[in-house]
Write a protein that binds this ligand. Structure first.
Ligand SMILES: Cc1cc2nc3c(=O)[nH]c(=O)nc-3n(C[C@H](O)[C@H](O)[C@H](O)COP(=O)(O)O)c2cc1C
Length: 179
C-alpha cells in the first residue's frame, strides 16, 4: 500500500474477527518494530507476543479502555529497559506505532492500549498488573499493548478534517503558517 494511504487508513480497531493471525504475519509486525529508530541506537525494547486466550482476557481487564483485547487474537506488549535508556518512552512509542502501521498494511486492524501512568484499580497500577501477569522483570517498563487482529468493524479513513493548520506556526510560536 502507498505510504500515505497507510497513514490515512490507520484507525483504531477494537473489535476483531475470531481468526488467528498467522505466524509469518506476526513476524512481519515484529520486523516493523525492529526497524524503528532509537536514541543512541540503544534499542531498549522487548516485545511480548500474547496469543493465549486466557492471557488476552486477563489483559483486557488491565484497565478501562483495554476491553477490546478480549476479542483480539493477538496482543503485542511493548516494554523497554528503563535502566538502559532515559528516553525509553520515546523509543518504545515509535516501535509501537510502527507495529500499528504495519498491521494496517498487512490487512489487519490494531489499537493502542495505554499502560504506563494508568491504574488497574485504586491500589494497583496497570503496569504492575501486566508485569505480574506476564512475569516482566522490574527494570523493564511497560508502555502499552497493541491489540491486533482481523477487523470486525469498519472505520472510515481520516480525511482533511485532521489537517489542523492552525496548530502550525511559522518561525515563532503563534505566527501564522500561511497557506
Ligand atoms: C498514547 C495513546 C494512548 C491510547 N490509549 C488508548 C487506550 O488505552 N484504549 C483505547 O481504546 N485506545 C487508546 N488509544 C487510541 C486513541 O483513542 C485513538 O488513537 C484516537 O481516538 C484517534 O482515533 P484513531 O486511532 O482511529 O485515529 C491511545 C492512543 C495513543 C496514541
Amino acid at each position: 500500500m502507498e505510504f500515505f494511504e497507510v497513514l490515512r487508513k490507520r484507525r483504531s480497531v477494537r473489535r476483531f474477527q475470531d481468526k488467528p493471525v498467522p505466524r509469518e504475519i506476526i513476524e512481519k509486525l515484529l520486523e516493523a518494530a525492529f526497524l524503528s529508530p532509537s536514541s543512541f541506537n540503544k534499542r531498549p525494547w522487548h516485545f511480548i507476543v500474547v496469543d493465549e486466550e486466557e492471557k488476552l482476557l486477563a489483559l483486557s481487564k488491565a484497565k478501562l479502555g483495554a476491553a477490546g483485547l478480549a476479542t483480539a487474537p493477538l496482543a503485542i506488549v511493548v516494554t523497554a529497559d528503563g535502566s538502559r535508556s532515559d528516553v525509553w518512552v520515546e523509543d518504545a512509542s515509535i516501535a509501537a506505532e510502527h507495529i500499528q502501521l504495519a498491521a494496517l498494511d498487512l490487512g489487519l486492524g490494531a489499537f493502542w492500549v495505554q499502560i504506563r501512568n494508568r491504574m488497574h484499580d485504586e491500589s494497583k497500577s496497570a503496569e504492575d498488573y501486566v508485569r505480574e501477569l506476564l512475569k516482566i522483570p522490574e527494570n523493564y517498563r511497560v508502555l502499552c499493548i497493541i491489540g491486533v487482529g482481523y477487523p470486525a468493524e469498519k472505520k472510515e479513513p481520516h480525511g482533511k478534517e485532521v489537517f489542523e493548520w492552525g496548530k502550525v506556526s511559522h518561525n515563532e510560536f503563534g505566527a501564522k503558517f500561511k497557506r
